[in-house]
Design a protein around this ligand. Structure first.
Ligand SMILES: Nc1nc2c(ncn2[C@@H]2O[C@H](COP(=O)(O)OP(=O)(O)OP(=O)(O)O)[C@@H](O)[C@H]2O)c(=O)[nH]1
Length: 350
């Protein structure tokens, strides 16, 4: 599961836990109150719900399908509120619970289900409440309903705004944490996340997955000659030029400094070599322009593939890295795609 979904789940798990404690304590309290008032239907529902809350508190940390568990819990929870509101023995104060529905729905079910759940259950709550008002005082009833309806609407709007900002902020934070600020490319953390997904996909569908490690040649000289600022521009230029050559499904990442990696889903070793070669060619064809003159850049690359070079990202990175440094030793500005080639370079005295 991607990390950001896990974070969202953690947030919802905490909210649900808090609600379960409230319904456990509330259920026990109202069980006693309803027993004392001889309201057997509600007493049974309340003690039953306290039991369900206790059971859910025990399993909540182990459950995988939190969304399903939440929905199974909320439907009877809201229904009990409505039943309680409709009973002649209960007070109108039960409507206070109806007003918590939008907050509960948005925090536990997210924006879309939060909206639908709020409209549905607050609507039914208002309708049920209206049935209990004396028919003869229509104007007073209208004022009461307008107050409760508007207050519920305000809670719903605030809950919607809160959840929307929370989701957007969370998205922004995740994006910042997984993006390299200078080039706008994905970073190492994102590569790990995507690699796991693509590896599972490749194993399930028996498709290929390759990784190209790319290192800019003599990058230090660009910094030394033109300054760090031009060095930064060169890195951004490199990212732009190479991204244009890749497919939308490929993941181009900056690993740090002048080292990059490209994850190529559905790409066997031979094709990955061709792609690495075309990246090398493209960079040579599109030098960075500084004050009207070209700053030539070249790259060295190593290719590794799932299966033949290992099963984990670490293994693939190690193999691709080894081949990149073989390419450097062989004179730079080239691609080394397999172990034979790397060993042949290593065997040359130098
Ligand atoms: N401008 C700029 N330079 C960086 C950045 N990150 C790393 N560098 C520089 O990249 C250079 C890398 O130098 P080396 O590791 O010697 O590699 P190289 O000069 O590319 O040589 P080879 O890899 O052997 O071809 C260093 O001078 C770093 O300061 C960055 O974000 N911006």
């Amino acid at each position: 599961m991607p990390d950001h979904f896990a974070k969202n789940e953690q947030h919802r798990r905490l909210v649900l836990k808090a609600l379960l404690w409230i319904t456990l304590v509330g259920g026990l309290f109202f069980f006693v109150v309803n027993l004392l008032r001889d309201n057997w239907l509600l007493a049974t529902l309340e003690i039953g719900y306290a039991g369900v809350s206790l059971y859910m508190l025990m399993i909540i940390d182990r459950t995988r399908n939190l969304q399903l568990l939440t929905t199974i819990y909320l439907l009877p929870f809201f229904s009990i509120m409505i039943v309680a509101l409709s009973r002649p023995h209960t007070t109108f104060a039960v409507f206070a619970w109806i007003q918590t529905i939008p907050i509960i729905c948005y925090m536990l079910l997210g924006l879309r289900l939060g909206l639908y759940g709020s409209i549905l259950f607050v609507g039914i709550g208002l309708f049920t409440f209206n049935q209990r008002l004396p028919a003869e005082q229509q104007l007073v009833n209208a004022v009461i309903l307008a107050n409760l309806g508007l207050a519920s609407l305000a809670v719903m709007i605030f809950a919607h705004i809160y959840e929307r900002s929370r989701v957007l902020n969370e998205k922004r934070l995740i994006e910042q944490a997984t993006t390299d600020a200078l080039t706008g490319l994905a970073n190492r953390m994102k590569l790990s996340e995507v690699f796991e997904r693509e590896r599972a996909h490749a194993l399930r569908n028996d498709t290929a997955l390759s990784l190209v490690f790319v290192d800019i040649d003599h990058f230090k000289q660009i910094n030394d000659r033109f300054g760090h600022e031009v060095g930064d521009r060169a890195l951004a230029h490199f990212a732009t030029v190479l991204t244009q050559r890749l497919r939308i499904t490929d993941l181009f990442c900056r690993m740090g400094g002048e080292e990059f990696a490209v994850l190529l889903p559905g790409t066997p070793p031979g094709r990955a070599r061709e792609i690495a070669e075309s990246l090398r060619q493209r960079l040579a064809d599109k030098p960075l322009e500084v004050a009207g003159s070209a700053v030539p850049m070249t790259l060295s690359a190593g290719v590794a593939s799932l299966g033949s070079d290992g099963q984990s990202l670490d293994e693939l990175m190690r193999a691709a890295d080894r081949r990149t440094y073989a390419a450097k030793r062989a004179g730079r500005n080239q691609v080394v795609a397999d172990e034979d080639e790397a060993s042949a370079i290593d065997a040359v005295p130098g």
